[in-house]
Ligand binder design. Structure first.
Ligand code: SF4
Length: 428
């Protein structure tokens, strides 16, 4: 596979992706959605949305059955009296937070999450967070970020949350040895796998952001090198760089190839011998490549169309094209961070069509004309496309499901194969 991959990379360099920018009507969820996976990871944090009943409905329906399991999120509803300026919204918020923290004494980190309504009434949540932090520290730290959805995509909620957290990270001593920070929410099982591989490589000091507990915030400074585990963390990366940390350029750890290149980038930064790095990853990589083969017959040669939604589209497209021979018709992405995605773009098949931004009507027209075997899209587009006979996959599932790393490569392929299997079972 390596020789073939190298040829494709050369072809991609000589015929780079065609990038078109579109502006128009968009079909996206807001950043509140990120609370669902963030609150699972940060086990002593609570997310209090300051919003409307619509915001409450959004996160409750996104969280599904989890509402019965004492979730660590809630919504402080801004009522009509607040919207009309008849009530002191800050006093109300202080009361709600005091009650909440009395009821949930295990909380160590409270996020006040802004929404469209809180921004409309210009409720200053950053001042509220400072005021409440003074009141509840050292037991509870109170931070704020915006999950408002007017101009954002749903994964930007995580970016805003982690960027807020970066400001709270302790300073890494100037004399401290070089340390590695993995940035982006990963399922615990993946975090454990990655820790084992980094330890086997010989990289001793490895931290994860977000950590599992707010009491375990990693230190950051000029001796921090960080690897992004998710492609939608532009603000977080900027905040880390402002603290002196340096990003290690790499593709994202999706699929066998992406995972290997991601670990190799860290190994190079630590000047670890390439042969040793290969010996550490070889067994897991070969096992993952064998597991992927199961899905090849179902996916190879099939065409795929990505609507812009999660910002995971480019790494997913690279994986599906290079490791499972799928044909990329169009790769839509809401934003294209050219620097963070440079290594991904260089690996895409020659002349891949990338669309940045969204004009949903035009994209729907192009999708209908192309009649792809599979369309990856947001929930709002899935049912209409299915009704027209186009098989779809919800892009949000790639964020909810553990897909990074070697052991998950086959699960990632299966996520794409499943709708095609379902369609073949339904076909008569
Ligand atoms: S788009 Fe705005 S109003 Fe709607 S759920 Fe998201 S934050 Fe609330």
């Amino acid at each position: 596979m390596n020789a073939c991959a190298d040829e494709a990379a050369v072809a991609a360099r000589t015929s780079p992706p065609r990038i078109v920018t579109e502006r128009g009507q968009r079909e996206v969820f807001c950043g509140l959605t990120g609370i669902i996976w963030l609150h699972r990871k940060l086990q002593d944090a609570f997310f209090l949305v300051v919003g409307s009943r619509t915001c409450a409905h959004l996160i409750q329906s996104a969280a599904g059955v989890m509402i019965f399991a004492e979730p660590r999120f809630a919504t402080a509803i801004i009522g009509e009296r607040d919207l009309a300026g008849l009530a002191d919204a800050n006093a109300e918020l202080d009361r709600v937070v005091s009650e909440l923290l009395a009821r949930r004494p295990d909380t160590r980190l409270l996020f006040l999450v802004g929404s469209c309504p809180s921004e409309v009434i210009k409720l200053d949540l950053s001042r509220a967070a400072q005021r409440l932090s003074r009141q509840f520290m050292p037991r509870v730290r109170v931070l704020n970020y915006s999950g408002s959805g007017i101009e954002t995509t749903f994964t930007q909620g995580e970016d805003a949350c982690l960027a807020a957290l970066v400001n709270e990270l302790p300073e890494l001593a100037a004399a401290a040895p070089k340390s590695l920070l993995i940035v982006g929410t990963l399922a615990d099982v993946i975090e454990d796998q990655f820790r084992r591989l980094f330890a086997a490589l010989g990289i001793e000091r490895v931290d994860f952001l977000p950590p599992r507990r707010a009491t375990e915030l990693p230190a950051v400074g000029a001796n921090t090198r960080f690897l992004l585990a998710q492609p939608f963390l532009a603000d977080t990366a900027r905040a880390l760089e402002a603290r002196g940390a340096r990003r290690i350029a790499a593709p994202f750890p999706l699929g066998v190839e992406g995972t290997t290149l991601w670990f190799e980038a860290a190994a190079r930064e630590w000047q670890i011998d390439a042969a040793h790095a290969h010996s550490v990853t070889a067994a897991a990589s070969e096992r993952a490549a064998r597991a992927l083969e199961r899905h090849r017959p179902r996916l190879a040669g099939k065409s795929i169309f990505f609507f812009p939604d999660s910002q995971l589209e480019v790494p997913l497209a690279r994986f599906l094209a290079r490791e499972l021979s799928m044909r990329l018709i169009e790769v839509g992405t809401p934003y294209l961070h050219r620097e963070h995605l440079a290594e991904e773009l260089a690996l895409l098949p020659a002349a891949t069509q990338i669309t940045e931004g969204q004009h949903v009507d035009r994209q729907l027209d192009r999708c209908r004309a192309a009649q792809p075997d599979l369309a990856v899209c947001g929930l709002g587009l899935a049912n209409p496309l299915e009704a027209e006979g186009i098989v779809t996959k919800w892009s949000i599932e790639f964020v909810f499901t553990p897909i990074q790393g070697y052991e998950q490569a086959a699960d990632l392929a299966e996520l794409c194969a499943r709708p095609l299997i379902r369609q073949s079972l339904l076909a008569v």
